[in-house]
Design a protein around this ligand. Structure first.
Ligand code: FES
Length: 231
């Protein structure tokens, strides 16, 4: 592990070096992280925030024992990283909006960078329940950034102006966005799930969708919104 800093109470940005053999990371993918041998047993799925060369960054929130252990890591401490895993955001051209809440803003950073590099226009909508953080970093890589603190970030977006919208964060926020979208709007959601294996082997992250049961770790974490919310 190379660095680990608190960016806001309960939120940390961790970076680590990956071996050269790791495939290129696609925004929206995640890694399974662990900094312990046997307890608390399962690795934790954490979204990739950024990737530069073989350096990878993770933005995470301390929500339990595993992430609390990550928050105490110091540079040089060992960490095991498995990944990148999952499908990531799809290739889409045009005008894109990315809507994130809390730790759900994490995949939008690399997402905005990669879509901008592909020639898209990218507007970001970032929602925070407490103080906002990393907003300057997001402003540097997007065309427009809208920040909402303590309210509903979904109130600030007009979905009709975009070729595609991506969202990540609390399901209540993603569902509110789904309800705001009209039938022709393309909305993709990045789901969170408790995971054991992270590679599609255990069914621990299985989720009912309109297209049958899907594994969030392998079939997702990014799904068309209508597949997971319109059941
Ligand atoms: Fe094992 Fe998804 S976590 S199948």
């Amino acid at each position: 592990m190379l660095s680990n800093r608190q960016v806001s109470p309960g939120f940390y940005l961790l970076s680590a070096e990956l071996p050269d053999s790791i495939p290129a990371i696609r925004a929206g993918q995640f890694c399974m992280l662990r900094s312990w041998d046997t307890i608390p047993v399962l690795s934790r799925p954490i979204s990739v925030f950024d990737a530069e060369g073989n350096r990878v960054f993770f933005l995470y929130k301390t929500v339990g024992r595993g992430t609390a252990m990550f928050s105490r890591l110091k540079p040089g401490d060992p960490i095991t990283i498995q990944g990148p895993l999952g499908n990531g955001f799809p290739d889409i051209a045009g005008r894109i909006a990315m809507v994130g809440g809390g730790a759900g803003i994490a995949p939008l950073y690399l997402g905005a960078k990669q879509y901008k590099a592909a020639g898209c226009t990218v507007d970001l909508y970032l929602g925070f329940s407490g103080a906002a953080f990393l907003t300057e970093e997001y402003r540097e890589i997007a065309d427009r950034v809208t920040v909402n603190v303590g309210g509903f970030i979904t109130d600030t977006i007009d979905p009709s102006g975009y070729d595609a919208i991506f969202t990540c964060g609390p399901e209540i926020m993603m569902k509110a966005l789904r309800e705001k979208c009209k039938s022709g709007d393309r909305l993709f959601v990045s789901l969170e799930a408790r995971m054991a294996c992270g590679v599609g082997a255990c069914y621990g992250c299985s989720r009912k969708t309109a297209a049958g049961n899907k594994k969030v770790c392998k079939d997702g974490p990014v799904f068309p919104a209508e597949e997971v919310f319109d059941l």
